[in-house]
Design a protein around this ligand. Sequence first.
Ligand code: SAH
Length: 249
Amino acid sequence: MNPDNIRIVLVNTSHPGNIGGVARAMKNMGLGRLYLVAPRDYPNEQAVWRAASANDVLDNAIVVPTLNEAIGDCQFVVGTSARERRIPWPLLDARQCAARMAEASGREQVAVLFGREDRGLTNEELKVCNLHLNIPTSGEYSSLNLAMAVQIVAYELRMLSSDNETPVSDAQEWDAPFASRDNMERFYTHLEEALVDIEFLDPAAPRQLMSRLRRLYSRVRLDEMELNILRGILTETQKWVERGKNSER
Ligand code: SAH
């Protein structure tokens, strides 16, 4: 994926605030190339205000009078639409479509077109696209604010970018190694013993208890330290049972 090869194209936007919001959404997600096709009220200080610290994206935005001038050099063009099946066309959701764009951006110029606040992209504009992208929404209200639609598409691209260091809570981040299978088996044996000792488990009628407990512990993935704590608790519990028995005698 090469974000430098991906441009966001806003067609005939009415509200300059939305243009600023788009610039911000783009910069947050590491995109920088913005094209404005015949914006209705631009430049405008509302755009600057809404862009916050993404003024560089606005400053570098390219304003052109026609769509052709914004996408003439592109090999892969995606049109976004709030309504599914406006015209029958290959249609993907934002995630699927981001994968196609990310792949194409390795060697091609990619454009994503966003339409007017009041009536979206025209059928003519949608027909120049290779693919249509729809962000799935509630059936009751499918039309997102323009900048929010850009945000979602930019986020999906971000998730595919190699710069994206998603913290993964896996072994490398954890402060103790996860318990080995052998140690888990020793723990289950110990647990079963202790449950028999305290008469919670009747060996004559064990039912599904041990399977259920296995399922519980495997869901959380114990680490070695946690396992030792649990084994310690079992050992102490067994000592108490033993003491109780001795004092009864
Ligand atoms: N009434 C217009 C909605 C325009 S919203 C219509 O029915 O098309 C402004 C722009 O935001 C749209 O042109 C599109 O680019 C984008 N957008 C809004 N909601 C979207 C959605 N659910 N999926 C994809 N793009 C969306």
